[in-house]
Design a protein around this ligand. Structure first.
Ligand code: GCO
Length: 452
């Protein structure tokens, strides 16, 4: 068994998590730079000041990806490298870095996929109200235009925004991520609307300015619910819960973010539940937000339980298999999540992130043996293949992440990479899973069906 010939096999990363060089060559401060300096936010007081030093090591890292047979590489642009203050003067050295990175990828026969925003929001704009400021979507569109003008002669794949559910939900609703705030529903709703406007305006910029025909999407997280069994009732319950809207968790809900983009309006329950807390929607806003996109990028790591007879909150149970993040191992998430999203929104699905963190280290033989990650990938990719066999249109799979990196509030303990990073020496060691993924790509997925 194999995947379709044109299936996209790749990996993903994000600027703040791997680049380091946080004050180099004119880069401005983002909110993670700023708030990591405050104690108590990040494990061990760690930050992205150096990270994997990818800013200086990118050529070696691209050669490593080429050796691993990676075909597509999703990375994000640091807004502050391009515009140190978020708007205003452009930093040519910042643009040059990404131009050099794109050239290195193309020379290595790796297709670049750019995420415009992956949480490293300009601190100067944060100080002007950030996503609450009515100008915030114009700030983002201005930034997008500069990047598209500089790179779209060589870049086809664009993702506007990574996981608004997390950077709004964790950053401004529950205060777990930078800027570690807990705002009331009215503010969260207005910020969400401004983020969606930013997405729509960026899509418009890409469509109007790209120098080659673009493929445009985003990368959302998706609390997907899976059924307790395959009965039509259980499936319908899971489908409904996957798109539910709740006042307590609306900033994390899929329907809150995706319905405006694909269905042209917020879910009806949002108006019923949020009432006067709903955002101010100006004439033309929803048309801007629902600019057509080419794919639905989704980051899926595990699923929630539509109903959990064990009384657990997610798809977990006593002694269940868990990754280093504590997340349950639920391969069926890559069957039901893509299936439910494709049914509701009708766009090809790109798995823009999937992977696991594990307790990796370089062993006495100088290698990093990570059989659990190989098993995880086999199980999840088999479920993804089953979804495709059942008619779900999946265009590709990007493993998160190419290398161990800064895992936000968890710091560097959590290792998701196919490549091990020694943060004291910056030495990279391709893990067994990295060589396994090379074989998956070479065999166009056939290797996942082997039980050896
Ligand atoms: C996310 C982010 C990544 C994370 C990864 C592991 O999906 O949360 O896109 O930056 O590092 O998912 O949590």
């Amino acid at each position: 068994m194999q995947f379709p010939k044109q299936f996209l096999w790749g990996t993903a990363s994000a600027s703040y998590q791997i680049e380091g060089a946080y004050l180099e060559d004119g880069k401005g401060l983002n909110i993670w730079d700023a708030y990591c300096q405050e104690s108590g936010h990040v494990a061990h007081g760690e930050n992205g000041n150096v990270a994997c030093d990818h800013y200086h090591l990118f050529r070696e890292d691209v050669k490593m990806m080429q050796k691993m047979g990676i075909r597509y590489y999703r990375f994000s642009i640091s807004w502050n490298r391009i515009l140190p203050n978020g708007i205003g003067e452009v930093n040519q050295k910042g643009l040059q870095f990404y131009s050099d990175l794109v050239d290195a990828l193309l020379e290595a026969d790796i297709t670049p996929m750019i995420t415009l925003f992956h949480w490293d929001y300009p601190y100067a704009l944060h100080q002007r109200g950030g996503w609450l400021n009515p100008e915030s979507s114009d700030w983002f569109a201005n930034y997008a235009k500069i990047v598209v003008d500089a790179l779209s002669d060589r870049v086809t794949y664009w993702m506007t925004i990574n996981e608004p559910q997390v950077f709004i939900g964790c950053g401004y609703a529950i205060g777990k991520f930078a800027p570690f705030q807990t705002l009331p529903p009215k503010d969260l709703a207005q910020m969400s609307h401004n983020v969606l406007l930013a997405h729509g305006k960026a899509v418009k910029v890409i469509r109007e300015s790209a120098k080659r025909p673009p493929q445009v999407g985003f990368a959302f997280s998706t609390p997907c619910c899976t059924p307790t069994d395959d009965s039509p009732l259980a499936v319908e319950i899971a489908r409904q819960k996957s798109f539910a809207f709740t006042r307590e968790r609306f900033a994390f809900e899929t329907s809150w973010w995706a319905d405006p983009i694909f269905l042209g309006d917020y879910p009806e329950e949002a108006y019923d539940i949020l009432k006067s807390d709903m955002p101010q929607i100006q004439a033309g806003d929803m048309e801007l937000i629902s600019q057509p996109v080419d794919f639905y990028g989704v980051n899926i790591y595990y699923s929630m339980a539509a109903e959990n007879p064990n009384g657990y909150t997610e798809n977990d149970y006593i002694g269940c298999p868990r990754t280093q993040m504590g997340w349950p191992v639920t391969p069926e998430a890559l069957y039901w999540g893509p299936k439910f999203l494709y049914e509701r929104y009708g766009k090809p699905i790109l798995i823009s992130e999937n992977g696991m963190a594990s307790h990796d280290w370089v062993q006495l033989d100088g290698k990093v043996h990570d059989p659990a990650r190989i098993d995880y990938m086999k199980r999840y990719l088999r479920e993804l293949h089953r979804a495709m066999e059942d008619g779900t249109n999946v265009m590709g799979y990007l493993y998160w992440s190419i290398m161990d990196n800064f895992e936000w509030a968890d710091g560097y303990d959590k290792r998701f990479g196919l490549v091990y990073v020694d943060y004291q020496t910056q030495e990279r060691t391709i893990k067994d899973s990295g060589y396994f993924y090379q074989n998956v790509i070479e065999t166009n997925g056939k290797a996942i069906f082997s039980n050896t």
